[in-house]
Design a protein. Structure first.
Length: 515
């Protein structure tokens, strides 16, 4: 995650010092010892403590005062996972001091099951000095809309083209015992995304201005939660701004899942919208500048060759570490780019299939006045299975990239059973979910050998179109076999915004901790 903000207060020099001290207090609590006296004088220092290392650098040049800290903290639970926090406080005599921070992680894990949370020193600085982003203050507590005027101010904030942080709008159900209490913990969320997003509570009586001005498809009400990303306006594509309906927040698991997703959105957006070197300064760049200045000073002062060599070796070591970090960052962004390309390709394929499907149905309606259900021809091979789904089930069933890969050459032999299952999801299940509830389909028999059931302990999170979802239902055949030639499993989730079934994986049984 990346955070950038201005530091409040009238005395610029004093507030910069307060911010640095609060950051050092936070670092000392994690370093396993006591930081040296140089640290508390805001001078260059290095503290090594079995991996819990802290390094500080300060550059004073003309009117510029740059202070930076880098702190490493090995994870207490996961071996090999190391958290690195970089913080910079920059100031001059004429402008308010600026603050930036970024949190990185090095880990052997393929995927981390974490709930992002802004570092504790952000809260300390907000309490002591105050932080602001553009025209808006960063606050420990969620904002509360308590009047129609507040509601219109919120709308102005949402459509402000200069806003560069997400706004999480939490509405309250009609008839709630506490008219100011949304379905998820707003205080905990606001503190978790401090510096990454704004959290706003809108009681039921003040949701109508949003609906009136933005329209129902872009609004939020009835206990639902919505994430309004930067760039939103009253003509924005609504599905870019995630909506979590009240029905998804009834259970404790649903509430926790929503909060986790919002935190992930805040962290991801902070990396997308905060450019390194412009909004957030990297510790490596400041360290390299400091080492170069030291080399120049030694050369100008006629220092010995040994001193010059030591300074050069220190700079080379720093540059080598920078190259390693940049390589790791590049690999991360390459992976994200590949994921985005896969999503774009899948979206393009589904779009073309939807256009074809619409044309096909329009032609059918033109030819025959009878609108009875058509007989859909099932795919004959696995090679055509995904395309068949895109065309024949467009707008009702979507398949993730993982499922597409596993459909290329599976061992399961009964293609018809798999296709009929997806057709049932597109018709009976989807219609039932729109008009009823998921419980109506618990242990529901599709055919004599196929039934629909909750995943139970086998449920899992997955990504579709850049969002996290939970596969909590699956279709399975009988026989209690794990033989991939005879065992069918179709794991899926219901997407209430677009009213689609999202197939997370198929046709084989997933290997999980339970299996």
């Amino acid at each position: 995650m990346r955070i950038s903000a201005g530091i409040g207060g009238k005395n610029f020099r004093e507030t910069a010092e307060i911010a640095r001290r609060e950051i050092l207090l936070w670092a000392q609590n994690r370093c396993g010892g006591f930081l040296p006296s140089e640290a508390w004088r805001f001078e260059n220092f290095e503290f090594l403590s079995g991996g819990r290392n802290s390094v500080g650098i300060r550059i004073l040049r003309d009117n510029i005062d740059l202070w930076a800290l880098r702190a490493d903290d090995p994870d207490k639970i996961v071996p090999g996972r190391v958290w690195t926090t970089e913080v910079v406080v920059g100031s001059n005599q004429e402008e308010r001091p600026r603050f930036s921070a970024r949190l990185l992680v090095s880990t052997p894990e393929q995927e981390m099951g974490i709930e992002p949370h802004s570092p504790g020193f952000i809260r300390q600085i907000v309490e002591k000095c105050g932080l602001y982003q553009r025209h808006y203050d960063l606050d420990l507590e969620p904002s509360l809309v308590s009047s129609v005027e507040d509601a219109h101010s919120l709308i102005d904030m949402l459509v402000n083209s200069e806003r560069d942080l997400p706004v999480f709008v939490l509405t309250v159900e009609d008839g709630s015992v506490d008219p100011n209490r949304p379905m998820i913990d707003a205080v905990a969320l606001a503190r978790a995304v401090l510096g990454l997003a704004y959290v706003v509570i809108v009681p039921a009586e003040y949701t109508w201005p949003m609906t009136e001005q933005l329209g129902r498809v872009r609004s939020v009400f009835g206990g639902a939660v919505r994430s309004y990303l930067p760039g939103f306006n009253d003509t924005a594509y609504p599905f870019d701004h995630r909506l979590v309906l009240a029905e998804q927040l009834i259970s404790e698991e649903g509430k926790a899942r929503c909060s986790r997703w919002l935190r992930q959105i805040a962290a991801i957006e902070s990396v997308r919208n905060r450019r390194l070197g412009r909004d957030v300064l990297a510790f490596a760049a400041i360290r390299n500048s400091s080492l170069r200045a030291k080399q120049e000073m030694l050369a100008a002062s006629g220092a010995s060759d040994a001193e010059k060599l030591a300074a050069a070796e220190a700079r080379i070591a720093g540059l080598e570490k920078d190259v390693q970090e940049e390589r790791a960052a590049q690999e991360y962004f390459d992976t994200e780019a590949r994921k985005a390309e896969e999503r774009a390709n899948a979206s393009e394929a589904q779009y073309r299939a939807s256009v074809y499907r619409i044309q096909e149905l329009q032609e059918r309606l033109r030819v025959q006045a009878d609108t009875a259900a058509e007989e859909i021809e099932l795919p004959a091979t696995w090679e055509e299975f995904a395309t068949w789904c895109d065309v024949k089930l467009a707008g009702r069933v979507a398949i993730t990239q993982v499922a597409r890969r596993n459909l290329r050459a599976p061992e399961f032999s009964d293609i018809g059973a798999a296709a009929r299952s997806l057709q049932w999801l597109a018709d009976d299940y989807r219609n039932g979910r729109i008009n009823g509830s998921a419980s109506d389909f618990r242990d529901f028999p599709l055919e004599s050998s196929l039934r629909n059931a909750p995943c139970g302990g086998d449920e899992f999170e997955f990504e579709w179109q850049g969002r996290r979802h939970i596969a909590d239902w699956h279709i399975k055949n009988g026989g209690n076999t794990r033989d991939p030639k005879r065992c069918l499993r179709i794991y899926f989730a219901w997407e209430p915004e677009t009213q689609q079934v999202i197939v997370a994986d198929m046709p084989a049984h997933r290997n999980t901790a339970l299996s």
